[in-house]
Write a protein that binds this ligand. Structure first.
Ligand code: SAH
Length: 338
């Protein structure tokens, strides 16, 4: 069976021609798959019946299955997607009452080998990279299932996107071209692979960048995020400045507030020093409990004190809304389990 989501438009044209059909049929298919997000050839009403029958015998649109779907009380939907080799990873639809954005949070790998101590994906270890079409399939799955059109994509599911560089950037090109989502609405989150951050600045399409900073103190960061050994904070900062200079954009610094560890006044002060000369916004993330976790949430008063100190330095600070925690769909809770 041919899996149509693997094909770009020119490849779809070749496929259609190989079935003895006119090239323009590929455009029809393309529009049904990506604009109208149908899951079934029979719904392609302007495709003639005998061609639909041929397609049903020869091809599928996606080769993935929804293994499990959970809907949170806040409207977040988490899908556990099973790939053709039996491996599973999540994708999450996030919607916010007061915004028209519909964001897909996609996985770039099954598992992850970065080993961050607070993250459930890390506890699972690394399984494999996802192919570009397997990333596109996550967005199409959401669109097919809900009938909604995704407007924003964040690479904040399982995996470290910059460790699956070629596949992630091929996927970004297709998200932009095939799913028609502007590059400013595509965000990569990374734990800080500094050399790849510099490398991506040379691409034609450079996404918005979010950094899982989480700690401004190198010694403590090394304890909770092994990536600090390879790309310490000053190397990371160098790459962030490079990104800002090259693209003219700001970076978002993500910062998990872990009670009595990263939420102290001392850490807030160190963070202020770290970002003094950086064009950035800060997104504070409440710690989400994971099983086997040994950390705790920051107390409300410590969270607010942390926020005010940063704001007094003129930085824009937001606290990330906790989405989907009741279905283990929140940051750091994705582990591919049923
Ligand atoms: N590997 C990339 C993409 C993952 S994004 C990265 O590190 O950025 C998932 C985000 O959730 C990251 O910022 C991650 O550090 C954060 N996270 C992980 N575990 C968490 C937890 N228990 N509570 C809150 N956020 C967590």
């Amino acid at each position: 069976m041919d899996v149509l989501v693997k094909y770009s438009l020119p490849e779809l044209e070749n496929f259609v021609e190989s079935l003895g059909e006119m090239k323009f049929r590929a455009r029809q298919l393309y529009s049904w798959i990506y604009s109208k997000s149908v899951s079934d050839f029979d719904k392609m009403t302007d495709v003639k019946k005998d061609f639909r029958e041929m397609l049903k015998a020869r091809a599928v649109i996606l080769d993935t299955k929804i293994k499990k779907k959970q809907v949170s009380s806040d409207g977040t939907i988490k899908y556990l997607i099973e790939y053709s080799d039996g491996n599973c990873a999540e994708t999450v639809l996030m919607r916010f009452d007061n915004r028209s954005n519909l964001s897909a949070c996609v996985s770039s790998q099954v598992g992850c080998h970065m080993g961050c101590d607070f993250c459930a994906t890390a506890k699972r270890g690394f399984v494999r990279n996802l192919e570009p079409y397997e990333i596109i399939s996550q967005i199409l799955t959401i669109q097919q299932d809900t009938g909604l059109k995704i407007t924003n994509v964040v690479f904040m599911g399982q995996g470290e996107p910059l460790n699956n560089y070629d596949n992630v950037f091929s996927a970004i090109k297709r998200i932009n071209e095939d799913l028609n989502i502007g590059i400013r609405r595509i965000t990569i989150s990374t734990c800080g692979i500094a050399d790849k951050i510099k490398k991506m600045c040379e691409n034609t399409l450079v996404p918005t960048l979010a950094i899982s900073l989480h700690c401004p103190d190198s010694a403590l960061r090394r304890q909770i995020m092994p990536v600090e050994n390879r790309f310490p904070l000053d190397t990371l900062k160098d790459s962030l400045k490079y990104y800002c200079d090259k693209t003219g954009k700001r970076v978002t610094l993500e910062y998990i507030l872990i009670g009595n560890l990263t939420d102290t006044k001392e850490m807030a002060q160190k963070l202020c020093d770290y970002i003094k000369d950086l064009k950035c916004n800060i997104n504070l993330i409440p710690y989400n409990p994971i099983c086997e976790g040994r950390y705790k949430k920051s107390a409300k008063k410590d969270t607010m004190a942390f926020k005010y100190l940063l704001e007094s330095q003129g930085k824009k600070v937001t606290i990330r809304l906790e989405r989907g925690a009741d279905i283990d769909a929140a940051c750091g809770q994705l582990a591919g389990r049923e």
